[in-house]
Design a protein around this ligand. Structure first.
Ligand SMILES: NC(=O)c1ccc[n+]([C@@H]2O[C@H](COP(=O)([O-])OP(=O)(O)OC[C@H]3O[C@@H](n4cnc5c(N)ncnc54)[C@H](O)[C@@H]3O)[C@@H](O)[C@H]2O)c1
Ligand SMILES: [Zn+2]
Ligand SMILES: [Zn+2]
Length: 389
């Protein structure tokens, strides 16, 4: 089959690889009909999250069941499903606690309680490096889906692939950011990052009744998209971002936002000085967006960290955390927990997801797709790929 394979930083190619096969009774083989590139894939592409051997990428995908293992009784060949991005067994301590990203069974080689830099990681994710289970991903014509009686959800025929594809990751992820913050209605929610995740967080904030939804980015075209697709108030991040914090305070009676969501992570746009500081401190990337969230949130407020951080950082503002009494929550989104509720929202027409798509490309153009998404070229916000054209 054809698949997108990473061969080291900056190199994703359209390769011929072996077809996946059923290995365990609870597996299915899915024929992928639509797949997307996520900002999380960019961390592997940049080398920020390492993957030493070639691997099929992709954790946002959907398709048609091609074959089922003996233990999968809820699906049959021909069913059309979307697949949540964490690989989770469905019956361990963490799965029982609706924390599929921390599943104790899906990542036997590299799992552990510590959450270290290169050891003792969380549960497995599709196409997300050996550290996260080493499973091939769904930027391919076929993919093996383990624990398929737990993850995949059948989607109604009348909804197109593009209408439901983002139930795999970015919509549940954005929703996670507002649910963690317990948004009940009436809150101000400031979201850093107008990428696909930030825009989905903005849509989710409205769904939960937020009174004010503000989106920040360093790129005007991304902000324009956030305004168009999620009707957000927008702020352009300038220089060190101090202007953003002042502006958010001015919109919130001087206090700061009730909720701040970091939808950027450890690889923000930043100055040469900032980059030099990171080299000096032996740090990967920068926590500067999370720090901005801590400043922009009100006292007693909530910071949701959806953007990925793989390493430690010195000078983290723990004093500010304490003085302001901030609650912080972060991690991989528990997509399984929300996917059914969110599918209902889509079915009822309460939310539209496909308006973030800017590029539809054949999988054969995967190298170009990664390039424009990473470099933010051609006004790229979200790329959807067709493995069969
Ligand atoms: N927690 C989860 O389960 C989960 C799931 C999906 C994605 N993610 C992570 O969420 C983050 C965003 O993903 P995405 O797909 O939207 O990626 P993306 O790269 O398209 O979006 C990031 C956005 O942040 C903007 N940005 C850069 N520096 C900034 C700054 N200083 N201030 C404000 N904005 C800035 C960029 O211009 C871009 O628009 C990534 O770190 C990704 O790995 C996490
Ligand atoms: Zn993702
Ligand atoms: Zn589990």
């Amino acid at each position: 089959m054809k698949a997108a394979v990473i061969h080291g930083p900056g190199k994703v190619t359209y390769d011929t690889v072996n077809d996946p096969t059923i290995k365990e009774a609870r597996d299915i083989i899915l024929k992928v009909t639509a797949t997307a590139i996520c900002g999380s894939d960019l961390h592997i592409y940049s080398g920020g999250i390492p993957q030493p051997r070639p691997m099929v990428l992709g954790h946002e995908f959907m398709g048609i069941v091609e074959e089922t293992g003996k233990g999968v009784l809820n699906l049959k060949k021909g069913d059309r499903v979307v697949v949540p991005f964490p690989i989770a067994c469905g019956h361990c301590f963490f799965c029982d606690h609706h924390l599929p990203g921390h599943c104790e069974n899906s990542n036997p080689e590299h799992y552990g309680p510590e959450g270290g830099l290169l050891t003792e990681k969380g549960g497995a994710l599709f196409g997300y490096t050996d550290l996260y289970g080493g499973y091939d991903g769904g930027q391919a014509q076929y993919v093996r889906v383990p624990y398929a009686d737990y993850g995949p959800r059948i989607v109604p025929e009348h909804l197109t692939d593009e209408q439901v594809l983002f139930l795999t990751d970015i919509f549940p992820t954005g929703y996670t950011g507002v649910d963690w913050a317990n948004v009940q209605g009436g809150e101000s929610v400031a979201i850093f990052g107008a990428g696909p995740v930030g825009i989905m967080a903005a849509k989710s904030a409205w769904l939960r009744g937020a009174a004010k939804v503000i989106v920040v980015d360093t790129l005007q075209y991304r902000l324009d998209k956030a305004k168009e697709a999620a009707n957000a108030e927008i702020i352009l991040w300038d220089g060190d971002g101090k202007n953003v914090i002042e502006y958010i305070r001015s919109l919130t009676d001087g206090r700061g936002a009730d909720v701040c969501i970091d939808a950027v992570g450890f690889e923000p746009d930043r100055s040469v000085l900032d980059r030099a500081k990171a080299v000096f401190n032996l740090e990967k990337g920068s926590p500067k967006v999370m720090e901005a969230c801590m400043s922009a949130v009100r006292r007693g407020g909530f910071v949701s960290v959806l953007g990925v951080y793989p390493t430690t950082y010195d000078n983290f503002p723990i004093g500010q955390f304490f003085d302001k009494g901030i609650t912080i929550k972060g991690g991989q989104a528990p997509a399984h927990k929300y996917i059914d509720t969110l599918l209902e929202f889509v079915k009822e027409g309460k939310v539209k997801l496909n308006d973030v798509i800017t590029h539809r490309l054949p999988l054969s153009e995967i190298a170009h797709a990664y390039h424009i998404f990473k470099k933010k070229e051609d006004n790229c916000v979200k790329v959807v790929l067709d493995p069969w054209s």
